[in-house]
Design a protein around this ligand. Structure first.
Ligand code: ADP
Ligand code: ASP
Ligand code: MG
Length: 424
């Protein structure tokens, strides 16, 4: 007997027929004698719809600005997962499986107070362990918890992955299965590059980079938790026949295992390509070149909760002025320009130039630590396709390149192919 946490994403619970299929996956594990807890997302498209309602409702009359109360945002968007948890519990009951739905606050899944992007602070596993003891499948609403102000909180987009891994850590599960609409983690987004290959294993470090650089198959925080708490996490498909051979394999279920790099025998130099669309580039021209200037610019941006990503600063020619370029999510561009307008006087710079619609394409691989020339290969391959590079950042195991948005797909496919990742 094993203890398994199963998470099902939005497309997997998009309608009642799919919820029935999910219930068959759950029943398979229950019938095999395992202790099972399930985490569900909202039906696909539901969270977007709820967010659009929040924005619409909070528009001041005669204005297009929608600055909303994050506590009420949470109250509204957490409802999507409430619906699917109840529906899955009902479906399981109809199949003769003892099941009950639970909301985040009932477990409780305690979070910090950052409404809209909360972090899980603590889950006492004993509540769920008691359910296992009663032979009951707990169906937990993902994405939500309870904040110190005793109100509902949500964990940021894609947060049900994090709910699942955190619950798996809290109940010391043998496995956490993230069921989604693809059958594992691929060398790049299979929707963009059909030649992408499924990886049987990927290291925690590489998965962290892939997720934070745009591969939305797992929320970044879920990978961090899996790494820290040593949760054996698989990404696998909910669309396969729940009773096909091998689906119930305890040690090697079909899918991708996120694991220590030591567990991976055939390590490639480059493991995957990720991309993030909708980046905006901001350049400050003729910025005074003196100590404290960067703090004066990026401090206020951070205070306004704007996520600054790539930062490039020129060495100044005359020791007096320099240029600084950085990127923010396109959705934060107006807010960033507003903040910069306020600090312009104190910092001293000539002009702000900005451009939305940029993309960041990244090459990821632990093998880069010990191989030279990986970056040069990328630059040449992009140049051969006449793709202009606007900015570059690197770390030990990744290279990120900022390009014009319309070239995203071409750049991803070009890099995927040049590093030999295409399916044979
Ligand atoms: P869910 O609703 O199940 O949480 P998501 O839409 O959040 O599913 O994540 C799954 C999607 O992630 C896939 O449909 C795929 O398009 C995308 N994706 C991006 N990069 C990758 C990758 N490297 N491997 C697999 N899927 C990826
Ligand atoms: N429903 C939430 C979202 O769409 C959480 C999740 O699906 O993981 O972001
Ligand atoms: Mg997701």
């Amino acid at each position: 007997m094993a203890r398994i946490v199963m998470k099902f994403g939005g497309t997997s619970v998009a309608d009642i027929a799919r919820i029935r299929n999910v219930a068959r996956h759950v029943k398979r594990e229950v019938d095999a004698g395992h202790e099972v807890a399930v985490v569900v997302s909202a039906m696909s498209g539901k969270t977007n719809e709820l967010i659009a309602w929040v924005q619409d409702a909070s528009k001041a009359e005669g204005s297009n600005l929608h600055i909303y109360d994050a506590r009420e945002y949470d109250a509204v968007v957490a409802s999507g997962e409430q619906v699917t948890s109840g529906l899955l519990a009902l479906t399981l009951q109809a199949m003769g499986v003892n099941a009950r739905s639970w909301q985040g606050w009932q477990i409780p899944i305690k979070t910090d107070g950052a409404h809209g992007a909360a972090r899980i602070a603590d889950i006492d596993g004993s509540f769920l362990i008691k359910r296992f003891g009663e032979g009951q499948v707990a169906v937990v609403a993902g994405f939500q918890g309870i904040a110190p102000d005793n109100r509902l909180s949500t964990l940021g987009r894609g947060g049900s992955d994090t709910s699942a891994v955190a619950i798996a850590a809290a109940v010391k599960a043998d496995r956490c299965d993230i069921y989604t609409d693809v059958d594992g983690v691929y060398t790049t987004d299979p929707r963009i590059e059909p030649k992408a290959r499924r990886l049987s294993k990927i290291s925690f470090e590489e998965m962290l980079e892939m997720a934070s650089l745009g591969a939305k198959v797992l929320q970044v925080r879920s990978v961090e938790l899996a790494m820290v708490h040593r949760v054996r996490t698989f990404v696998r498909s909910s669309f396969e026949d729940p009773d096909a051979p091998g689906m119930g394999d305890l040690l090697n279920p079909p899918g991708t295992l996120i694991c220590d790099e030591e567990e991976i025998v055939e390590q490639q130099v480059v493991t995957g390509i990720a991309y993030a669309k909708d980046e905006a580039q901001i350049s400050l021209r003729r910025v005074a070149d003196r100590p404290g200037v960067s703090a004066g610019i990026f401090g206020p941006l951070a205070e306004a909760n704007i996520n600054v990503d790539m930062i490039v600063q020129n060495i100044s020619e005359d020791g007096k002025f320099t240029d600084i370029t950085f990127t923010v999510p396109s959705g934060d561009l107006d807010k960033a320009l507003f903040v910069l307008g306020k600090v312009k006087e104190t910092i001293g710079f000539d002009a702000v130039q900005s451009e939305p619609g940029m993309s960041k394409v990244s090459v990821i691989g632990i093998g880069m630590r010990s191989h030279a020339g990986v970056a040069a290969t990328a630059f040449k391959a992009l140049a051969d396709k006449s793709i202009n590079i606007r900015a570059i950042t690197t770390s030990e195991i990744k290279i990120s390149i900022l390009i014009d948005g319309p070239y995203t797909e071409l750049a991803v496919r070009t890099l995927h192919s040049v590093y030999g990742l295409d399916k044979q």
